[in-house]
Design a protein around this ligand. Structure first.
Ligand code: UDP
Ligand code: MN
Length: 272
């Protein structure tokens, strides 16, 4: 059986939230053996997100935890509490018998299906993947270059991040040796949240590994987390030895609501 891909998505209420979640769900719906952990930055499970998930057709878990107000300032890391809530849920509800991998999928990024390997309508590709799972044939290369078979921690390039077209782990003889980055090259793991995946077993084996607020500098969330569970030499390069961009750190423009009426003018209420 395929290991389950657990995608952890922190999300918060804003005018474009449902649009972002829709784009994400449309991608994730194409991925077999997939479980979406959506964590709202909120006191409650909102009706919008509850309804959205119920209609998504996806296997999901809906959590919520509010970021304390003192942490909601510019320059402060976002979604620390939400990602930790998802790790807590996995540790409570999954056991070593459950094969899976965990990755962190912010709601505004863009994900290629090749990151998850399955393009189920493409027969040739599918048969290659099947061959790869049974461990024979030329398909092995294809499936090995995806996150699902992460043994401990895997990494890959991320597009449109760090003030560059992309950042990527630099690989020599199949091993990560350093980082191509334009920003804080001193980071032990110079990688964005969207650029790595952790085997569920590693999450369970390291019950205290969490995203940190205290003592964490801006942009160090990823490094502070990864150094609790792995070493650079152990990282497994994906996306064809980190030579392809399969995820983009896209950001959505702030919506202009300058023409919203002060008092409701329409005769109906529409969820947007
Ligand atoms: N997020 C959140 N609460 C906030 C701000 C952001 O839960 O107050 C979520 C957001 O929905 C996204 C992730 O945290 O999934 C990263 O936030 P954002 O995309 O704004 O960060 P950036 O792309 O600027 O690093
Ligand atoms: Mn973002």
């Amino acid at each position: 059986t395929l290991p389950v891909i657990y995608a952890v998505t922190p999300t918060y209420s804003r005018p474009q939230q449902k649009a972002e979640l829709t784009r994400l769900a449309n991608t994730f719906r194409q991925v077999p053996s997939f479980h979406w952990i959506v964590v709202e930055d909120s006191n409650v499970r909102t009706e919008l997100v509850s309804r959205f998930l119920a209609r998504s057709g996806l296997s999901y878990t809906h959590l919520h935890v509010l970021t304390p107000r003192r942490y909601k300032r510019t320059g402060m890391p976002r979604a620390t509490e939400q990602r930790n809530a998802a790790l807590g849920w996995l540790r409570l509800h999954r056991s070593p018998q459950d094969p899976g991998v965990v990755f962190f999928a912010d709601d505004d990024n863009t994900y290629s299906l090749e990151l998850f390997e399955e393009i189920t309508h493409h027969t040739l590709f599918t048969s290659q993947c099947t061959k790869a799972v049974s461990g024979t044939g030329q398909g092995t290369f294809l499936l090995n270059s995806t996150m699902r078979l992460t043994r401990r921690v895997s990494v890959w390039p991320v597009g449109l991040v760090g003030g560059r077209r992309y950042e990527r782990p630099l690989v020599d003889k199949g091993r990560v040796v350093s980082w191509y980055t334009g920003w804080r090259a001193d980071r032990p793991f110079a990688i964005d949240m969207a650029g790595f995946c952790v085997n569920l077993q590693v999450v369970l084996d390291n019950p205290r590994a969490l995203f940190k607020r205290r003592g964490s500098q801006p942009g160090m969330q990823e490094s502070d987390f990864l150094k609790q569970i792995t070493k650079v030499e152990e990282l497994e390069p994906k996306a064809e030895n980190c030579t392809r961009v399969l995820v983009w750190h896209t950001r959505t423009e702030k919506v202009n609501l300058g023409n919203e009426p002060k008092h409701r003018q329409d005769s109906i209420h529409i969820e947007v």
